[in-house]
Design a protein around this ligand. Structure first.
Ligand code: ADP
Ligand code: ZN
Length: 717
């Protein structure tokens, strides 16, 4: 057994050219008959470490795994690449179990997956001893330690394994274990001196971004618009939130389902299996979702609100991009989320520790330094380089002297007697003429209108910064009133300076991120035709063979097919992820589609105008909106939408957006946004608010679209 042999097996069965760091070292360790501890992040490629020994060594690898729901998918995946694997657990019919036992006794199995209960059941060791076992792989090995967060008492029985099989190496694998747990794990398994292989927890293909938690639904829908047909998970804090969000997404035309512990077992199983089989693309879930899933083509993960700690956060975003292809993660954060969680933790046992962890989570969200460095440092990995794939790296913050702004803000809070919320303080600063302000005589105080030149949106951001910096806090127990923290005194009375982050940074960050995804989306769209077709082939084959689509080929493999366009067996065999068995089984079906596509592409090089561009062409040629609507048989509002879209995409050189809205419209919209709840920020609600206040017909959808278009361009420039 040599490294060459291992490498050949990797190519032959899995279609991969190289091992990932540490994999080969662990395999060679096993070849020498040594025990090992393997610590790798989710998606890091742990399974390969025992699968390659299984096909290159004499005898069977016995895999002990507590996740029964995963066994079938794993075994199906192995069978699909021509590896002989089976499982034994309590969920199985007696006849099936008998067939597996016979196969084992006849020495036909490369791998045998068993649940811990099965392994420790009466007479099972004796049964196992009838054949040669070359390795015991203990998956989720941290479950054996009471120090870990996932302790399973039945696992402690595994202590007897080393004694019963002193000559068989043990490999303990886990994705989560601190030093203490690791040591305990090794001791309990009777392998205290085994070598520990600890892979980096960095997952460079995951992009990291944090955004202010305002208008979350709108932001999510924008995010999804750039990712048609991509699977993803939105983690929510409450059951209610998962359901209302899933419903809103369905209304917006997305294929989304809710998942939480309050649903029946059958219902949950169906949501999970539809997600695995690409029938449902989006799952809005509480944290209960994702544990028993190996789906490798999850392309994004969104956190609707702040997770409780960085461990949970990292594990949850880790469910994206297991195939190693690009995947995006987005965390929404507001100070409110933090306070809610803190209140929830309040009375718990060991609440101090939990609050300390929550504070680290908050620091991450507030951070102005590379997010990946913070994460990896938290997990005790030293990274001195910025990552280049987080929102901060994309737009490092620029500071400015915000002392005057801070003085205005803090003094407004003081003069309003710390008795109102942020929205009201901002309205007073901006000199709003709302009736409530006049009634309460807030227009008489000294700071009224002192912050007129700063927009509501910007003020919101500055206030959030002042809160994060510890000058202000929100009194949740007292209707969310803004209060002065002790540090505010230094600014108000002692001339202390305040450094703030420029708004341009925050705006630029979001704009650039959106631009980046747009570019990525356009690049993808060029390929999308073929990618979509290949995905269809994958779906059909998956159905035919009764396995999930990602087990046919993962997304990374399909993408490589799109860029390489293999049309011979030799070319197809060079694609990463295409091993011998799959080439033989699936190759032709994929190549047929690729050949057709290549031919079509040659013929068809002219591009058609998209519908919104056609509307603009007519407008540029002198037609009025009404004329365009009549001739194209669409609503005038639709035409306005088209023109606004062209403007945003910088495809409308002759269009002046300000001609399409009344001069007060931007302020009206800001005012509406400041006064409406986050959930109620649709165009309809904004129009109603403004028209009730400033007279019927003041604002309509068309105007809103152009104000948004103008702002979108301002942000992008
Ligand atoms: P884990 O068990 O650590 O969560 P897996 O073993 O499921 O991770 O591996 C995650 C993905 O990475 C799988 O799709 C697997 O095929 C792939 N993978 C593993 N090793 C390699 C490798 N050397 N080259 C390319 N892909 C790999
Ligand atoms: Zn970074």
């Amino acid at each position: 057994m040599t490294p060459e042999l291992a490498r050949t097996a990797l190519k032959k069965y899995f279609g991969y050219d190289d091992f990932r760091p540490l994999q080969l070292k662990i395999i060679e360790n096993t070849y020498r008959g040594e025990d090992s501890i393997v610590l790798m992040p989710t998606g890091g490629g742990k399974s390969m470490c025992f699968q390659i020994p299984a096909v290159t060594m004499n005898g069977t690898v016995v895999v002990v795994s507590p996740l029964i729901s995963l066994m079938k998918d794993q075994v199906d995946g192995l069978n699909a690449v021509g590896i002989r694997a089976s499982f034994l657990n309590s969920s199985q019919a007696r006849t099936d179990a008998h067939r597996v036992e016979t196969a084992y006794e006849n020495g036909e199995l490369h791998l045998l997956y068993v649940s811990p209960e099965k392994l420790l059941s009466q007479g099972f060791f004796t049964f196992l001893k009838r054949r040669n076992i070359c390795l015991f792989a203990i998956d989720e090995a941290h479950c054996i330690s009471a120090w870990g967060h996932d302790f399973r008492p039945e696992y402690t029985q595994l202590k007897g394994l080393k004694k019963a099989f002193p000559d068989t190496p043990i490999m303990a694998l886990t994705a989560t274990a601190d030093r203490l747990t690791r040591r305990d794990m090794a001791e309990q398994l009777g392998i205290p001196d085994s070598e520990q292989h600890i892979a980096s927890f960095n997952r460079p293909n995951l992009s990291l971004a944090v955004r202010p938690g305002r208008q979350r639904r709108e932001q999510i829908i924008n995010f999804l618009r750039e990712r048609p047909d991509q699977a993803g998970i939105v983690y929510c804090l409450s059951r209610k939130q998962t359901e209302s969000l899933a419903e809103k997404l369905r209304e917006a035309g997305y294929n989304a389902e809710a998942y939480h512990a309050g649903l029946t077992g059958d219902h949950r199983a169906k949501v999970q299996s539809d997600f695995i089989n690409d029938k449902t693309l989006i799952v809005c879930a509480t944290i209960a979702f994702g544990m028993g899933i190996d789906k490798s083509n999850v392309r994004w993960v969104i956190h609707y609100s702040l997770p409780k700690n960085l461990e949970n956060y990292y594990q949850e975003i880790g469910r994206a991009g297991r195939d190693g292809a690009e995947a995006d993660t987005l965390l929404f954060y507001s100070y409110n989320d933090y306070m809610t969680l803190k209140d929830m933790i309040g009375g718990n046992t060991n609440s101090e520790l939990q609050i300390a962890k929550l504070d680290r989570m908050k620091e991450y969200a507030d951070s102005l330094a590379c997010r990946r460095r913070i994460l990896l440092n938290y997990f005790s990995e030293d990274h001195s380089e910025n990552c280049g794939n987080c929102d901060i790296c994309a737009n490092p913050p620029e500071h400015f002297d915000g002392t005057v702004l801070a003085q205005k803000a803090l003094s407004a809070v003081a003069r309003l007697k710390q008795s109102v919320g942020m929205g009201m303080v901002i309205d007073v600063l901006r000199g709003s003429a709302r009736a409530e302000i006049r009634n309460r005589r807030y227009d008489q105080i000294k700071t009224y209108g002192a912050g007129r030149e700063t927009s509501t949106f910007d003020w919101n951001q500055y206030f959030n910064q002042l809160i994060s910096l510890g000058y202000l806090y929100v009194a949740h127990e007292d209707y969310g009133k803004l209060k002065l923290a002790p540090a505010a005194k230094r600014v108000l009375f002692e001339g202390a300076k305040v450094e703030l982050v420029k708004m341009t940074t925050i705006k630029a960050r979001r704009a650039q991120e959106e631009k980046k995804t747009k570019q990525r989306a356009t690049v993808k769209r060029e390929h999308l035709g073929l990618f979509d077709e290949l995905r269809e082939v994958r779906k059909t084959l998956a159905r035919e063979f009764g396995i999930p689509p990602y087990l046919v080929f993962n997304d990374a493999t399909l993408h490589e097919m799109v860029s390489q366009k293999p049309i011979t067996n030799a070319e197809m065999g060079r694609i990463s992820g295409v091993g011998e068995r799959k080439l033989h089984r699936f190759g032709d079906q994929f190549m047929t589609v690729i050949k057709k596509h290549v031919r079509r592409e040659d013929k068809d090089k002219r591009g058609d105008l998209s519908t919104h561009e056609a509307s603009y062409q007519a407008y540029a040629a002198g037609a009025t909106v009404a004329e365009i609507a009549a001739s194209r048989k669409i609503a005038e509002n639709t035409v306005l939408g088209h023109l606004a879209k062209c403007y945003v995409e910088d495809k409308a050189p002759n269009l002046d957006p300000t001609k399409f809205f009344r001069i007060d419209a931007p302020d009206w919209i800001d005012e509406a946004i400041a006064n409406l709840p986050d959930e109620g920020l649709g165009m309809k609600a904004i129009c109603e608010f403004v028209n009730t206040k400033y007279g019927a017909g003041s604002l309509d959808y068309g105007q809103i679209q152009f104000v948004r278009a103008m702002r979108a361009r301002e942000m992008a420039n």
